[in-house]
Design a protein around this ligand. Sequence first.
Ligand code: ZN
Length: 282
Amino acid sequence: MKKRMMMGAAALLAVTPLAAQQAAQKPETIRVGTATEVWVLQETSGQGNTGVLVDAPARVLADHAPDGTFPNATNAVLVRRGDDVTLIDAGYGRTIFEKMAALGIAPEDVDRVLLTHMHGDHIGGMLRDGARAFPNATVALSQREYDHFSGPGNEGAARVFEAYKGSLEMLSPGEITSPMAQGFTPIAAYGHTPGHTMFMIRDGYEQLLVWGDLTHAMAIQMPHPEISVRYDSDPAVARDNRIAVLRAVAAERTPVVGMHVAATSPGQVSDNGEGGYDFRVR
Ligand SMILES: [Zn+2]
């Protein structure tokens, strides 16, 4: 019976494009404090390849990714507090608009976009037909990220900066900035890109960390956070910050979501007693 049901599901998959299926699904609501609703908008999910890991020992791969792959995803995060709407990263722009529509939120409703960094899988949704996808939004990112991606060879970032000219806000994590007034604290976690920034969502005494691209291969990087990926612009800095953040969120029991964590619910990091960490989705 179970097998027949699975075959039925497979048949459905064959006739309905995956993007449409994902779009139709209403994301689950995560609550932070009394007034904040959060949704992980998952645009892709599947298996990543361990070829992206830098200097992963064969023993580690055999233990944690014996078939050479690991669960992976691409996420953006939507936050609503009353009628104040914040988007953290914009994914590829494949299904976030449909997922937002399913929640009754239009692109015009977005008051601000907070960008963890300027890679294509985080800013793809910032433009539609070359124009601002979020006409009423301010866009905040770290000054370091802006400076780096304003340089030559970053056409995708340049188009976003141009489209949102006049609506950009530069963040220096550690300084008081306007997103803080709305409950978003930027936290520097450089290394994946020169200005990669996490955002802590706060409501009263509750918080949720959106850690962006702190990790890309959870199955390997939780037990072995010392292993970076080829996408990290400075693998050593990325490693040091990853280890520091994991230590902190494990000690504080801070729930987390991430842009390449294959879960749409918050996870809890805990020390595994062997120099690494466990990650459990709550
Ligand atoms: Zn990414």
